[in-house]
Design a protein around this ligand. Structure first.
Ligand code: HEM
Length: 411
């Protein structure tokens, strides 16, 4: 039997539960191009790291002249779609990122994130209380999924009574990124487009209100700020708010779910976390290396010829940076296939690197640390119902669709 091409195997749903042997195969050819005109796929740690810092690599889709999709579906291509600074190059990228950063606080002491710790802990407790007195839950539907959307609502200052509407738009947009095979793509696009429109209109109304009566929330600060760059225009605020929602939702869901799955597969680590919540910091970093929610960055373009390991990648080529393969590169990490919460050297690529490195990293870290610590503490003797669990279709934002677990009650 002939083997399917490697990129097709990587995006094939059948390999979603464990793509790591395929990534090991990929690393044997660090600059990999399966067919003429297809993307150049980079899978080794140091090469990914250096390209993420290379100004000859553009994030602006307008620069793409070659075919960049490889084997990705439209949804996987679009996962990073929000039309804000994620898909822009300097100087526009830097201006918008700087303006968004201001209400978030200085880069190394994210004031707003730190201030939210108590509020985040309250949301986690409420979600766990919502399990009721059952002995079986789906971690995704009942916990990891609603948590980050609620957090973004509070961050932006969405009034509590509007949160359910916001959740429903976010759900529809996220589902649009993860199509069920066999469903009607035209209908799905219509529904997703409708949800985006409604979310946009809702946010536009909120922006107008905050302009008139500012509150103590991020949206108010963005529209009233008098920093050197001035306030954002309404369109800039809308696209930034949508970026925060989309970039910060599915990713955080997957970090928490992958985290719970990994801990249930490593019960000694789960027990240690239960005994000592301080271990959460290291566990979350190791998870971002071992099971990164963003497996690859598919939307970069060379704006000049670039030589990597003796191979010339021509100007106009599309590049995929497989963060998850770099994270398990034996040239960078000792015993990389092992989940090791005591690992000392964990400079992972889970949040990317360089000018586009994850803007929400401090928030994502805090959310995952609080979530996993509380689940470990409160669930008595949790066990997986099925291993591996069913995964989402998406190969870029990879994570379980459901994570059913049983336990002996809440502590
Ligand atoms: C960028 C991962 C959570 C906002 C990125 C990138 C990665 C990433 C890999 C780089 C993309 C690229 O280079 O093209 C993650 C993971 C998360 C997470 C694994 C959760 C575990 C969040 C949250 C927010 C957020 C909670 C917002 C509240 C952003 C934004 C960018 C970004 C705005 C674009 C930064 C730029 O272009 O300058 N994220 N992210 N992310 N992330 Fe996250």
């Amino acid at each position: 039997m002939t083997q399917a091409p490697l990129l097709r195997q990587i995006t094939d749903y059948a390999n979603r539960a464990d793509p790591y042997p395929l990534y090991a195969e990929l690393r044997k050819t660090p600059v990999f191009q399966e067919e003429d005109g297809g993307p150049f796929v980079i899978s080794t740690y140091w090469d990914i790291q250096s390209l993420l810092h290379d100004p000859r690599i553009s994030s602006d889709a307008a620069n793409l002249t070659a075919r960049g999709d490889g084997e990705l579906t439209e949804q996987e291509e679009e996962t990073a779609l929000p039309p804000s600074f994620l898909r822009l190059d300097p100087p526009e990228h830097d201006r918008l990122r700087r303006m968004t950063n201001r209400p978030f606080g200085p880069p190394h002491s994210p004031r707003r994130v730190h201030d939210m710790r108590g509020e985040l802990a309250g949301i986690v407790s409420d979600l766990i209380a919502g399990f009721g007195d059952t002995d079986r839950i789906d971690v995704v539907d009942q916990f990891s999924y609603p948590f980050p959307v609620t957090v973004i609502c509070r961050l932006l200052g969405v009034p509590r009574e509007d949160e359910p509407r916001f959740h429903s738009w976010a759900d529809t947009i996220a589902a649009g990124l993860d199509p069920v095979p066999g469903d009607d793509p035209t209908e799905r696009n219509r529904v997703t487009h409708e949800a985006r429109m409604q979310l946009g209109m809702y946010l536009a109304g909120l922006v107008e209100e905050r302009r008139k009566t500012p509150g103590d929330d991020m949206l108010s600060e963005l529209v009233t700020s008098h920093g050197p760059d001035g306030p954002m225009t309404t369109m800039e605020v809308l696209s930034t708010a949508a970026l925060l929602l989309i970039a910060g939702h599915e990713t955080t869901v997957n970090l928490i779910t992958n985290g719970m799955l990994t801990l249930l597969r490593h019960p000694e680590a789960l027990q240690r976390l239960r005994d000592d919540p301080r271990l959460a910091v290291n566990i979350v970093e190791e998870l971002l290396r071992y099971e990164p929610p963003v497996q690859l960055v598919p939307q970069r373009t060379c704006i000049a010829d670039i030589e990597v390991r003796g191979v010339t990648i021509p100007k106009g080529s599309s590049i995929w940076l497989v963060l998850a393969a770099g994270n398990r590169d034996p040239e960078r990490f000792e015993d990389p296939e092992r989940f090791d919460p005591d690992r000392k050297d964990i400079q992972h690529l889970g949040f990317g690197s360089g000018i586009h490195s994850c803007f929400g990293a401090p928030l994502a870290r805090l959310e995952a640390q609080l979530a996993l610590t509380e689940l470990a503490r409160r669930l008595d003797n949790p066990r997986l119902v099925e291993d591996p669990p069913p995964y989402r279709q998406n190969a870029v934002l990879r994570g379980p669709r459901h994570l059913n677990i049983t336990f002996d009650g809440l502590r």
